[in-house]
Design a protein around this ligand. Structure first.
Ligand code: BES
Ligand code: MN
Ligand code: MN
Length: 463
């Protein structure tokens, strides 16, 4: 049976099975959900077994478990390793959801007139990861599995994949593959499919500014003592100049410039600044001068405050000079930049600009390397052909602004490139309240993936 008819015949089950996964609160960041995360791993193990994968096993780590399963048909055929994650971001702020984040419902939206599944993890990444298990089910049903397929689904992506690195190092042979296939990114629009050819890297730091040894009365002391919140605001404000450039010394040193040719190709992808602004209700866009919005969010590095706190933030007014101020700052990196070096440059710069009236402490968090792949790669070509088969139009290559730090490590440790066949949309609100995933996207993903295996196997066997 071809993928399309299989999907037509099993629509209800394809949804109800995903819904079962979405009901599990597999929030990796919050230890109070550890049992739910473990339960989710068991559910995936069960699915892997039920679709006929072999050597299905849950691998415990010092964090959350990894689920593995494989189907090895012929050592002469190429091997594809599918990677995905079953953990999700916390649902907070819960009050901004229209319903329970862990009770999936289908609702129509302007962008998804045929309906979308609303739930935490619907798009990132349970819905997209599950498409791969269902696509495998189609191959199995067709009785024609064109290559060896391995699945590795982890539970710590949203917290930095800290234990996956040692897992892939320890199981290098088990995970040996020709290419890694991932659906954990997006595409331009439902009628403009795209394949992600790049991911940004990440450097993440937390800063603490300390002034006096206790909170002070802002009348008695105000004017004579450095206020850590004022100072931190100043320091953060100085991290960008008028042109929107980051002022950290050496920040751009290793950035690999993108050529005019690639920029011209990027500019061909449909984009409306007006629609972009309207979709997130901003009065005007802002960013580094000399670059378009799609460039600012993909080929350029950035620095953003993710959270900033200190002092009195309760009801009403309290007159106080806080003892401490804090901020969490992320830097998205592009090819050439190294997260450890950037973190060090941040530390040097921030220490240098701190006035003598305060003490500062900087704590680095997890980071990750940027990633790029090329359209000349046979795996890219196979993916491109698969999209063309099911969407009826060719897919555009696009660099994404998001990060999946393990992808660069896959290349280093397993020596294989990753092909990022994402089917989500930027408007799907991943990490936000009311995350959703289009029914069109879910079913189209399941339909497209089997063609990737078919084309990839034939390209590799008869290049
Ligand atoms: N799936 C996302 C990354 C993504 C989304 C890439 C859309 C491209 C398009 C992933 O789950 C994620 O959220 N990554 C984090 C980094 C991680 C270290 C927490 C990110 O990009 O913030
Ligand atoms: Mn993800
Ligand atoms: Mn995510």
């Amino acid at each position: 049976m071809d993928p399309k008819s299989f999907i037509e015949n099993h629509k209800d089950r394809l949804l109800s099975e995903l819904f079962e996964l979405l009901r599990i609160r597999s929030i990796s960041a919050d230890p109070s959900y550890n049992d739910d995360v473990a339960k989710c791993a068991v559910a995936i193990e069960g699915h892997m077994k039920s679709i006929g994968l072999e050597n299905v096993e849950i691998y415990p780590t010092s964090g959350h478990p990894i689920v593995y399963g494989e189907c090895l048909v012929d050592s002469k055929l190429p091997t594809v390793l599918v990677y995905g994650h079953y953990d999700v971001q916390p649902a907070d702020p819960i009050e901004l959801w229209d319903g329970d984040p862990f009770e999936p419902v289908i609702k129509k939206t302007d962008i998804h007139p045929e309906g979308a599944i609303f739930a935490r993890g619907a798009c990132d990444d349970k819905g997209q990861m599950f498409m791969h298990l269902k696509a495998f089910e189609i191959l199995k049903e067709q009785g024609d599995i064109p290559c060896n397929i391995k699945f590795m689904i982890e539970g710590e992506e949203e917290v930095g994949s800290m234990n996956l690195e040692s897992f892939i190092k320890n199981y290098r042979d088990k995970l040996a593959c020709d290419v890694i296939l991932i659906s954990d990114t997006g595409m331009i629009a439902n009628d403009v499919p795209s394949i992600t050819t790049g991911l940004r890297g990440l450097s993440y730091v937390e800063v603490e500014v300390t002034g006096p040894n206790r909170d002070l009365h802002s009348g008695l002391y105000g004017g004579a003592v450095a206020n850590p919140l004022n100072i931190l605001a100043d320091m953060i404000g100085s991290l960008h100049d008028e042109q929107g450039k980051i002022t950290i010394e050496g920040f751009y040193d290793d950035v690999e410039a993108v050529g005019t040719e690639e920029r011209a190709i990027m500019a061909q992808a449909p984009f409306s600044q007006e629609e972009f602004n309207a979709s997130i209700a901003i009065p005007a866009e802002k960013g580094e001068s000399g670059y378009t919005t799609p460039e600012r969010t993909s080929i350029r590095p950035t620095l953003d405050v993710n959270g900033m706190w200190g002092g009195y933030i309760g009801e009403g007014a309290k007159t106080v000079i806080p003892s401490k101020a804090f901020a969490k700052i992320s830097m998205r990196l592009v090819p050439g930049q190294n997260p450890d070096e950037i973190t060090q440059k941040f530390i040097n710069h921030f220490t240098k600009i701190a006035p003598a009236s305060v003490r500062i402490k900087i704590t680095p968090h997890h980071g990750g390397l940027p990633y790029v792949t090329h359209t000349s790669d046979p795996a890219y070509k196979s993916a491109s052909k698969a999209y063309e088969t099911t969407f009826g139009v060719p897919a555009l290559p696009v660099r994404s602004g998001g990060s999946i730090p393990i992808v660069a490590l896959f290349e280093q440790v397993l020596g294989a490139k990753s092909i990022l066949m994402g089917f989500g949309l930027d408007s799907d609100a991943i990490h936000s309240p009311n995350e959703h995933y289009g029914l069109f996207n879910y079913f189209k993903g399941i339909e497209t993936i089997p063609y990737f295996y078919k084309y990839y196997s034939s390209i590799r066997t008869n290049p």
